[in-house]
Design a protein around this ligand. Structure first.
Ligand SMILES: NC(=O)c1ccc[n+]([C@@H]2O[C@H](COP(=O)([O-])OP(=O)(O)OC[C@H]3O[C@@H](n4cnc5c(N)ncnc54)[C@H](O)[C@@H]3O)[C@@H](O)[C@H]2O)c1
Length: 251
């Protein structure tokens, strides 16, 4: 596979290592200082571009790839209110797009468990839900894309939950922010965000009634599992057309 890496940061470097280990060619590397090189000419001959950049740059990067007819895997978080637009463009152009808020196998098992548990808890009733996430201090978005996917699973499974809100004391980039989690409405799922040290990612979903608590917890030990998932997704996407997620890969 001839790959392009878009975003040569923590994830991009790990992805490069894994691509080479698995016998792939890294034919193009784009970062902030050569961002203007991301065009149809440089993408010529690339089988898949793997994009891990920033919430402010992901949309334009993916769009450029789709317009150039290059298949793209993206894991950048914090911008996905515009993902549907790119999925529509991908369909229109007959392109290929794979997006996941988290490429770890364990987290995707957690997503499935959480959706099922939310349905079961929703049918019983009487439970409040809270999601908590902890990440390193360089993270540029809050809540994490993974926590949003977990909240969407809760909302899909529990009829009395309608939206998520973010309690993120001291974090500037918080979206749908609330300053007092106790003031959240009963149809809102509170996501608590904490930024500390170099933590790659911890997610907890807690279902609590007056009588008991049920908790799902996942801790990412390193970035390698995330980067490997993105490379396996790129191998899966190469030569295909259409829109894919981790559910397609796990099938
Ligand atoms: N989906 C997942 O499994 C997963 C896992 C880890 C991180 N992430 C997300 O991936 C993104 C990147 O994470 P990271 O830890 O590598 O961050 P990072 O800050 O280490 O790297 C981001 C890189 O993007 C570069 N960049 C900025 N603008 C650019 C542009 N226009 N074109 C190309 N490159 C540009 C920066 O210079 C930097 O090197 C974040 O949104 C993070 O939340 C997702």
């Amino acid at each position: 596979m001839k790959a392009a890496i878009i975003g040569y940061g923590k994830m991009g470097r790990e992805i490069e290592r894994i691509l080479r280990e698995r016998g792939h060619e890294v034919a193009l590397t784009i970062d902030a200082d050569n961002a203007s090189d991301l065009d149809a000419e440089h993408l010529e001959g690339i089988d898949v571009a793997i994009e891990f950049t920033t919430p402010a740059t992901a949309y334009a990067n993916i769009r450029t790839c789709l317009e150039a007819g290059t298949a793209v895997v993206s894991g950048t978080t914090g911008w996905t209110d515009r993902l549907a637009e790119l999925q529509a463009l991908c369909r229109e152009r007959g392109g290929a797009l794979f997006y996941a808020s988290n490429f770890s196998l364990g987290v995707n098992l957690l997503f499935r468990l959480n959706r099922r548990l939310a349905e079961l808890v929703g049918s019983v009733g009487g439970y409040q839900v809270r999601i908590d996430e902890v990440h390193h201090t360089q993270k540029k978005d809050a809540p994490s894309g993974t926590a949003i996917t977990l909240a969407e699973g809760v909302i899909a499974g529990m009829p009395d939950k309608r939206e998520w809100v973010n309690y993120a004391p001291g974090i500037d980039c918080s979206a749908h922010r609330i300053d007092d989690p106790a003031a959240a409405a009963s149809n809102q799922v509170v996501i608590g965000s904490v930024r500390e040290g170099a933590v790659p990612g911890i997610h907890t979903v807690r279902y609590e009634s007056e009588d008991d608590c049920l908790e799902l917890r996942h801790e990412t030990k390193n970035r390698r599992s995330l980067a490997l998932g993105a490379v396996v997704a790129a191998e899966f996407l190469a030569g295909k057309r259409g829109i894919y997620t981790m559910d397609d890969l796990l099938k």
